[in-house]
Design a protein. Sequence first.
Length: 340
Amino acid sequence: MPVNLNQNYPSAHCSIYIPRISRGIFPSEIAAIFYQNGIGEVKRVDFAPIGKPPGFGSREDEDAEICCAFIHFWCFYPTAVANEILETIGNPDGCCFRFYYQGTSNYWLLIKNHSPVPDSVMNTHQIVENARLLERRVVEQETRIQKLEEGYQRRMDALFEKIQHLEEQVQEKTSSLQKKTMSLEETSEFLYVKSQKSTENFFELNEKINDLQEKTDTMELIADTRLERLINTNARVQLVIKTMLKKIYEPEYQVNNLCDFMNSLSLDDTSDEEDVVDDTSSTYSDLIENEDEDEETDIDEYDEEQEDQDQDQEEQDQEDEDEDEEEIINKNNRFITFML
């Protein structure tokens, strides 16, 4: 009773591949050999050229004596030969079974067909024609794909050129920015040095201004001192003038007062009048002399005191001027040393 293939060789793939077989044998003869040897019932036999590339682009060599064959079975028989063949070709290591036929030394190598061609209602010519149509479409698709790839390559080349151009521009701009940055750094450093020098010059000018201010204060102090001396001198002159005017006008005033006084008296005796006049004149003369002596003493004392003050002030002014000159010389020396 016929059986299907075992679990290592499912019934949906009942197909065996023979890599080399004579082209002169017919499919019926092959089916008869497998039937007579108790292997199985053959469904169909497909022949194919040896070494032909896939597709129908190349013509078949009809004069070739050797080809390959694909044997498709309806089922395998439960015989020892069939089981041995199935166990051998179903081995995962990919073994082949050497099958001797017709009691001779001729044999076929039986190999498991991993990609059997399914059955079809179309005949061979229809299948070939459809395959050639599909192949033409594939060729057209390949041509189209090639054109698309060429266009894509051209676009990629143009894009790479643009990228390269942009990289060059970026590099140029980067170089320009680096140069500008270096220039700005140099300018900044120059301005920093200049600002330091300006700051130093500012401090020097500030010191000079302070020196000038001190000198101005000293000159104002000297001017105030001299003004005070002039005021004192003026006061002394005014005192002298006042004394002189007093000497000039007061005796006449006193004489007039004395005459009025004498006229107002009732004189009985001329001798008494003369005595009184003599006494009065003597008293007035003594008074005038005493006043003159006192005024001269006061003027002399004031002059001596003022001369002492003037001398002390002159000595102090001379010392201040000497100190100022010495300080100016020292500052000039320091400035010359700093400049050198």
